[in-house]
Design a protein around this ligand. Structure first.
Ligand SMILES: Nc1ncnc2c1ncn2[C@@H]1O[C@H](COP(=O)(O)OP(=O)(O)OP(=O)(O)O)[C@@H](O)[C@H]1O
Ligand SMILES: O=c1ccn([C@@H]2O[C@H](COP(=O)(O)O)[C@@H](O)[C@H]2O)c(=O)[nH]1
Length: 237
């Protein structure tokens, strides 16, 4: 069976990397994610990854506690670099070819984001892990996923998160919330659904780049999404 997509941009939740731990990176979780991504690349799918930072630092929390927002956001972006390095190293251990590129310059540690080089890596079958979000404060890694997905000419952004799709309300707060199997960008934005920020939704809508939201905790879900099976919630034009 052919895959539904040739090139995908996978947004991995930072918070999901904690597993059952209180913070940080759970190696068991990271190894399982690496195995699932590797399985997809073996089918010939080109994979770019944007990783979040919520397991280490979230800028809004810093700002809420009195820290300058931009400073807090730069700390958040640096947290995503740590996650990207951990993921890249787990890929190396698993024998999976991967490169980390950062939107903030930390050249002694990882290479800078260079669009053409990233595309070449993807064409060579290497996974590219995009670190440091967009490189700008006041944004999120969801928006970075929309941006890199557009730049890489991916066919879809896959948001792998802690819930199994988009609900009428946050399912962690409202047990009566029901899941959409698909929803338009306009409806997701007008309903102000907080699963993804409005900037990310708007960029994907304008670039006609669909999004699929699914659970990172559900084994095999990534493969099912890549095979075009019914999984999670599709956000469409
Ligand atoms: N309408 C909704 N449908 C689904 N989830 C929602 C909704 N509204 C809010 N959420 C919340 O959004 C969360 C996912 O977004 P969040 O930004 O917290 O995580 P992430 O982007 O996957 O992770 P990170 O920011 O750590 O990288 C879910 O865990 C859920 O609690
Ligand atoms: O483009 C970006 C991306 C991220 N940030 C900051 O990093 C943290 C962590 O990212 P999450 O998307 O929440 O996982 C975020 O809260 C921002 O503080 C950023 O400033 N710019």
């Amino acid at each position: 069976m052919p895959t539904a997509y040739k090139r995908i941009l996978l947004k991995l939740s930072g918070e999901a990397l904690m597993g059952d731990d209180a913070y940080g990176i759970n190696q068991g979780v990271v190894s399982r994610i690496v195995a699932e991504v590797a399985e997809v690349t073996r089918l010939g799918v080109e994979v770019g990854i944007v990783i979040g930072g919520g397991n280490i630092f979230r800028g809004m929390a810093g700002a809420a506690s009195g820290m300058d927002r931009a400073t807090a956001d730069y700390m958040g972006m640096m947290a995503t670099i740590m996650n990207a390095m951990a993921l890249g190293d787990a890929m190396r251990v698993a024998g999976v070819a991967a490169r980390v590129q950062s939107a903030l310059n930390v050249e002694q540690v990882v290479e800078p984001y260079i669009r053409n080089k990233a595309i070449r890596y993807l064409e060579e079958g290497k996974i590219v892990i995009f670190a440091a979000g967009t490189g700008n404060p006041f944004f999120t890694t969801d928006t970075a996923a929309a941006l890199r997905g557009t730049e890489m000419e991916a066919e879809i952004v896959l948001k792998a998160t802690k819930v199994d799709g988009i609900y009428t309300a946050d399912p962690n707060k409202d047990p009566a919330a029901t899941r959409f199997s698909k929803i338009s960008f306009d409806e997701a934005i007008s309903r102000n659904l907080q699963v993804m920020d409005a900037t990310a939704f708007a960029l994907c809508r304008d670039q006609k780049l669909p999004i699929k939201v699914f659970s990172i905790f559900k084994p095999g879900a990534l493969m099912r999404v890549v095979m075009g099976e019914d999984e999670g919630t599709l956000v469409h034009i």
